[in-house]
Design a protein around this ligand. Structure first.
Ligand code: GLC
Length: 557
């Protein structure tokens, strides 16, 4: 039997606005840690490594678990065939409840990934829905008749909508003799959120997880849930791919989405302190801002899309600050399971060989800008993308369709977490489901633990400073001018405290003056290096090493 209520969190972790002050760590369960030697990461493996994440390790506030639900695994688990259960590949229902309890004992909350826009075609709802135009599941998906036949006698789809993963968005089903829509793979039919019974069924599933002690949810592609009720064709525009050649005004971002989100939040708000974060699917910063209704946060991609350039990062920071304004709370993300790992991406974009130095400097952005940081497993050891040969790819969307728009092979950023330098990298005693990075013998958690100069110790220092500083985890934000365009600076301020952050984005030393308030005394100075300079003491002539970031925290003057 499932236990329904997990152990409460320790008092120190019980602040209702933890989603604002805290840090979330994303785990891709299949690649985190394998407890039984079958080569796949599992929930018991996550439990074994919670101390790496808890107060004696990184000290994060929550883990976000990418999907661990039963899945045919055509889209890395984001094709779900039973949203209320644990895939036996990852363990048992009891393992999940043990994980929630063990996380809570360490003050770590558990956030689940909800894939509510579509299911796998093997989901029993879809099996029933395609079998009959009547019955309880008939309208759970977006079914429509053909809009006619073309000159060649082929059935015409209901409108011009496309699949993001390439090709047409509508698929003819012989059984039901209708088209169904899919924004993603043909095997990921789109759910019909305009059917009240579908909403009830989804909310029931969500309630089930809340009753098991879950602390929040990440909503996959949440701005696509609702479509235009009349299913009108999207207007055309110029673009590089068939997807880009449409303005996506009817297949996502519908005006009544905020009402649906409100009903979802009402459900969560019956349990105190439950957070949610929506993944903005293919949309602009302004859309992310509009849909931010705290404690519902939204991932935008403005910062993540920048190369390693002080000018471009600086203006992305300014655009975000202007768009969110002081009253809305942004998220901070540099890597996730869909994008190139930022140590590779950012170092590559600037032609810098030392990706560890870039990873440490990027950690300063992630952990001291205004917003809730989301870390991606492995970034804390400077993990890089791995060259996975096409024959070993575990990401089918990367191999379908339109050669003009090939989805990046996400196998490269989903490789197993290296814990030790032993064979199998402490990830698994068996052959791992996906190849390990070539450098795991030296780049692993155990090795970095022994090295105070490692990326991991830099993350630990910055996380500890952030946790202890109301200015850093909750304060206002103000950009400061420096005398060198490669050096960014900002100030965070709370009622009694200020933190001044200075970051040299160049791979050369810099000597700058920072428009700060001189004469302050630093209570703490922390940075990318072990002996960072104190901005308060040296604001008029601050010397920084290549890619050095430094943070001085003191009282408000
Ligand atoms: C989201 C997920 C991605 C998945 C897609 C379709 O963008 O992050 O991994 O492929 O949704 O489910």
């Amino acid at each position: 039997m499932r236990s329904t209520v997990s152990e409460p969190l320790p008092a120190s972790a019980s602040a209702a606005d933890w989603w604002r002050t805290g840090v979330v760590y994303q785990v891709y369960p299949r690649s985190f840690a394998d407890s039984n030697g079958d080569g796949d990461g599992d929930l018991a493996g996550i439990i074994e490594h919670l101390d790496h994440l808890g107060p004696d390790g990184l000290g994060v506030d929550a883990i976000w678990l990418s999907p661990f639900y039963p899945s045919p695994w055509r889209d890395g688990g984001y094709d779900v065939s039973d949203h209320a259960a644990v895939d036996p590949r990852f363990g048992s229902e009891a393992d999940f409840d043990r994980l929630v309890t063990a996380a809570h004992e360490r003050g770590i909350r558990v956030v689940l990934d909800l894939v509510l826009n579509h299911t796998a075609d093997e989901h029993p709802w879809f099996v029933a829905s395609r079998a009959s135009r009547t019955g309880p599941y008939a309208d759970f998906y977006l079914w429509r008749d053909a809009s006619g036949v073309d000159a060649g006698g082929r059935r015409r789809p209901p409108n011009n909508w496309r699949s993001f993963f390439s090709g047409p968005g509508w698929e003819w089903d012989e059984g039901r003799r209708q088209f169904y829509f899919h924004t993603f793979l043909v095997e990921q039919p789109e759910l019909n959120w305009r059917a009240p019974a579908l909403e009830r069924a989804q909310f029931e599933m969500v309630r089930g997880w809340l009753e098991r002690g879950v602390d929040g949810f990440r909503l996959d592609v949440f701005n696509a849930f609702l479509k235009d009720p009349e299913l009108r064709s999207n207007p055309r525009r110029a673009g590089h791919s068939a997807w880009d050649r449409q303005r996506h005004v009817y297949d996502r971002d519908q005006p009544d989405l905020t009402l649906l989100l409100g009903r979802f939040r009402d459900l969560l708000d019956a349990w105190p302190g439950r957070m949610s974060v929506g993944e903005l699917f293919d949309g602009p910063l302004e859309r992310a801002v509009e849909l931010t209704r705290e404690p519902h946060l939204v991932f935008d991609w403005e910062l993540l899309d920048q190369p390693w350039s002080a000018a471009q990062i600086g203006s992305a920071i300014d655009r975000r600050e202007a768009a969110f304004g002081p009253e809305r709370w942004p998220t901070l993300v540099l890597s996730n399971h869909d994008r190139p790992r930022h140590a590779s991406r950012l170092a590559g974009s600037a032609g810098i060989d030392n990706s560890d130095a870039v990873a440490k400097a990027a950690a300063v952005l992630l952990l001291t800008l205004r917003g809730t940081p989301f870390l991606y497993y492995g970034e804390e050891i400077g993990g890089r993308d791995v060259d996975v040969p096409a024959a070993e790819s575990v990401d089918p969307p990367a191999s379908v369709g339109d050669p003009q728009f090939r989805w990046w092979d996400r196998s490269r950023c989903r490789t197993p977490m290296p814990w030790t330098g032993e064979p199998g990298a402490g990830f698994s005693d068996g052959p791992p489901w996906l190849r390990l990075a070539p450098d795991v013998a030296t780049r692993n958690v155990a090795a970095q633990l022994m090295d105070p100069g490692s990326v991991m110790h830099c993350y630990r220092r910055l996380l500890a400073a952030r946790r202890a500083s109301p200015a850093l985890h909750g304060g206002t934000f103000e950009r400061l001018v420096t005398s060198d365009t490669d050096v960014l600076a900002w100030r965070r301020r709370s009622a009694d405290e200020q933190a001044v952050v200075v970051l040299n984005c160049a791979d050369r030393p810099a000597e700058v003056s920072v428009g700060s308030t001189p004469g302050h005394v630093a209570r703490a100075v922390v940075g990318t290096h072990l002996d960072p300079p104190d901005v308060f003491a040296e604001a008029s002539r601050l010397r920084l090493r290549p890619l050095e970031g430094t943070i001085a925290i003191g009282s408000v003057g």
